[in-house]
Design a protein around this ligand. Sequence first.
Ligand code: ASP
Length: 338
Amino acid sequence: MYNRRKFIKLSAAGASLAALSNSAVAKTVSAIPDAKLPIVISTWDFGIMANKEAWKTLEAGGRALDALEAGAKIPEALDITNHTVGRHGLPDRDGHVTLDACIMDEFGNCGSVAAMEDIAHPISVARLVMEKTPHVMLVGEGATQFAVEQGMKKEKLLTPESEKIWKEWLKTAKYSPVMNIENGHKPGNEYNHDTIGMLAIDAKGNISGACTTSGMAFKLHGRVGDSPIIGAGLYVDNEVGGATSTGVGEEVIRNVGSFLVVELMRQGMSPEKACKEAVHRIIKKKPDTAKNIQVGFLAINKKGEYGAYAIQPGFSFAVCNAQQQDLLIKGKSFYPAK
Ligand code: ASP
């Protein structure tokens, strides 16, 4: 992962202000308050803005799926401070912004796009794949072609700011994709987070999930992470709950992480315990790799109880229900904060 601290410094003043206002409104707590429905939860601090948008639909009695699509579109295209999702995302090592997203509803329907270029709202394309095609997943040029056929606008996604960061990276990177903690980079801190994973339960008690990202910055061209993979980056079972992930997608895919979390909840584990167990599975399989990477899981059960767990400290998640729309909770982690 790339050290966001470095490029935050490069950001325009307006972008910094927007970032500030995002965190300034947050009430950050460590304990998890009682569950109340409807509810929407999202990974990272930028989840606050996404949740607030989703809340408009949930509050009006709308469907969780509609709420999540609306919410995910905020970091995808409107939040200019977010270099890890959608339009302002950092490119791969060849300078292409390639996007991954998936969505899943209460009936077990799902849709996904991977390595898609030139379309600012992959979450909406994923939903269209789910609703308008007999398929689950479209990739690359085929995904872009389908999006255009469905009336979406093709546009250049690489912003001048992201291009500048990429060109800086090229100077020292030796064309080698960044996956680990290196040169003091700390995955999981406030400047080093990537995917937005969102889970919601609507007033009828139905659960949906959405996940969208520009993936690892400076990845190999064509690389696809966990985020668009149903079962890895996202999984929902309306009888049990939902889970989503963020961090180094390769390790999440290897362990079918989100499916694992939901299945552990089915066996009776709390959301936090299930996330912790999935993190332990990753660490147990590859302890040397796990020391140097971040992976975080976020989960919700049918009752609306939620929880999270990550390998490294620094993971946070946003919660929004009738009681509070701007709650940010510090996730627990395997490794303590240094
Ligand atoms: N999970 C994403 C990926 O591997 C990136 C992240 O969340 O950090 O593409």
